[in-house]
Design a protein around this ligand. Structure first.
Ligand code: M6R
Length: 592
């Protein structure tokens, strides 16, 4: 449960079966709070069948009652659930009419009651789950157990991830591999609309209509060290520092420097579609959406492929004009983000070729795409995404070079770009060695209430991402804008207390950004500049300068974001917030 806590952490609970009895313990707060309560009830965990859950509240506030597991009216079943039951109100109304009483406001409690009713009628847990789910609209990854069938659990999935770990005289279920990797590396990925009945010896998989499904067993490759803090104070700091390696991993075996070209096995089958595409639509959420924005610059400017970016959460609901000539590129660290998955299905249904840039192998987006590229960043545990972002950008750069070459870019330019890309891990390492000034800036601004982040061109998305990092983990209100856009409104916010972070590399629009810096300076804003090592003019204008090595324009974001990740990190630490598990957030947002 501790290993899964990063997915949701407002409350936690367990249910175990022992001697034909169901024992439940749940608490608002962290797994540590639950552990403390359990410590006072030792013996509760001495059981062979059980379930645990960490919650990210959707329906009902995060308190002891709304924590999972939920029981039905007669305590015949215990249920944990990720996702949302959309028609829970209608079901609840009917159950209340039949005399049911509910303790809290959770949609899962309603589902537990419904399964309980079905179980009472048919006496078979898997059949009861199937019957209940037939009445349910929404998304779920559920685990159900009952004291009446103490040797088994029943699990089902639609829209929320579930994997089954295959052990030796023991089996496991989890919503991601990190929870079970210490016990087994053999896993079965449950697909949407599937149910499994699991005992210590057997796994029976079937559809919701009771048709048996044969599933293959996959091998997971993550190492325990990848999901541990390894001496760092926080996962976020560890992951920031891993970036020289993770960026290299994203290119390993793919970037052919001497040929000035790129080879991406996962796109081989769809290369024809990519080359003839009318346009590429990039869609994603949050940090991955920022990566998409940088990708748009790369694809259009370097490969000259028309590209558009859209929030995945908006894509599906505006009935987009997408057809078989389009390639839709989904970007997702987790590969499970519900909004992004919906966009994938919408685009697929309209005939487009859908490709994924995904970190988690075996995730739903990876499995449902026609092709794609894994970013190989390794597990990202800190809720604020860092290394996944730079790996996504690296993969976008690889795709760009590959398309550019296939569309006629000469070898010489290909080699120049490939060399630039290959130099990035070293440049990122350089930035990571120089955190002194960033820590100083963090101390200076830790009590600020607002911050502005400004950049132009491909560094505009870097401004957005820098602002997102700060607000996510320090709760300081921060906004990112294209630098020139400032004068159309946000400039009204600038006074002597407003920190303004400029990303100002020495590129083709350097002078323009310098003019924007002057505008802030004239209004006494406090200027923090992320500038190149060889920039001698910036010191005269900025109060603080963070130095970064000069990098080819469209690859610059991969280096320039690093100091902004660190700045957010050190400010959050100085403010004493929970860096790895910031309030209200969850790592993987599997609800729409
Ligand atoms: O797993 P995904 O990349 O699909 O997640 C998308 C967003 O939920 C995610 O980037 C979110 O914005 C992070 N908290 C950013 O730090």
């Amino acid at each position: 449960m501790r290993r899964l806590e990063y997915r949701g952490y407002d409350s936690a609970g367990i249910a175990v079966l022992r001697d034909g009895e169901l024992y439940v313990c749940k608490r608002a707060g962290k797994v540590a709070d639950l552990a403390q309560t359990l410590g006072e009830n030792d013996g509760l965990l001495q059981a062979f069948v059980g379930v645990g859950h960490t919650r990210w509240a959707t329906h009902g506030e995060p308190n002891d009652i709304n924590a999972h597991p939920h029981l039905d009216q007669k305590k015949l079943v215990a249920v944990v659930h990720n996702g949302i039951i959309e028609n829970f109100m209608a079901i609840k109304t009917k159950l209340v009419r039949d005399g049911h009483q509910f303790l809290g406001g959770s949609d899962t409690e309603v589902l537990a009651h419904l399964i309980g009713v079905m179980f009472e009628q048919c006496g078979d847990l898997a059949s009861a789950v199937r019957a209940a789910l037939a009445e349910v609209k929404g998304t779920y990854g559920i685990v159900v157990l009952s004291p009446k069938t103490p040797d088994r659990i029943v699990v089902a999935r639609k829209g929320s991830p579930l994997i089954i770990g295959v052990g030796d005289h023991e089996n496991f279920v989890a919503s991601d591999a990190s929870a079970i990797v210490a016990h087994t590396r053999q896993v079965v990925y449950l697909d949407d609309g599937e149910i499994a009945e699991i005992t210590s010896e057997n796994i029976r998989t079937m559809t919701i209509d009771d048709v048996t499904v044969e599933k293959s067993v996959h091998q997971i490759t993550i190492e325990l060290s990848q999901i541990e803090r390894g001496g760092y104070d926080h996962f976020m700091l560890k992951e920031i520092n891993e970036q020289p390696d993770t960026i290299l991993n994203a290119m390993r075996g793919r970037l052919l420097v001497e040929e000035g070209d790129v080879k991406l096995g996962g796109l081989q089958n769809t290369m024809g579609k990519l080359l003839s595409a009318r346009r590429i639509v990039l869609t994603a959420c949050g940090t991955s959406w920022h990566a998409a924005l940088v990708g748009e610059y790369m694809l259009e400017q370097i490969a000259r492929v028309p590209a558009e970016v859209e929030y995945a959460s908006e894509f599906r609901y505006r009935d987009p004009i997408v057809n078989i000539d389009d390639v839709v590129l989904l970007i997702s660290q987790s590969g499970e983000t519900a909004d992004t998955l919906s966009a994938l299905r919408e685009a697929k249904q309209k005939g487009a070729t859908v490709l994924g840039i995904v970190n988690v192998v075996g995730s739903t987006i990876a499995r449902e795409s026609h092709g794609g590229v894994f970013v190989h960043a390794g597990p990202e545990i800190g809720v604020a995404s860092t290394k996944a972002f730079t790996s996504q950008l690296t993969v976008l750069a690889l795709i760009t070079i590959m398309l550019a070459r296939a569309r006629g870019m000469n070898r010489e330019r290909g080699v120049m770009l490939a060399r630039e890309l290959a130099s990035l891990p070293e440049k990122v390492a350089q930035v990571l060695q120089n955190t002194e000034v960033i820590q100083k800036i963090a101390q200076e601004f830790k009590d600020t209430q607002h911050a502005l982040y400004l950049g132009r061109g491909a560094n505009f998305p870097v401004a957005l991402e820098g602002a997102l990092k700060l607000k996510e983990i320090s709760y300081i209100h921060a906004e990112g804008y294209p630098a020139a856009e400032m004068k159309h409104g946000p400039i009204a916010l600038i006074d002597k207390n407003m920190p303004v972070v400029f990303i100002v590399p020495r590129d083709g629009i350097y002078d323009k950004v310098m003019s924007n810096i002057q505008e802030v300076r004239a209004r006494k804003g406090r200027i923090i500049a992320v500038a190149n090592d060889d920039d001698t003019e910036i010191e005269d204008l900025a109060e603080f300068v963070i130095r970064v090595p000069r990098t080819y324009g469209f690859f610059g974001p991969i280096v320039n974001i690093i100091p902004l990740q660190l700045l957010a990190y050190y400010i959050a630490v100085a403010r004493g917030t929970n860096v790895d598990q910031p309030r209200n957030l969850a790592k993987s947002v599997t609800v729409e």
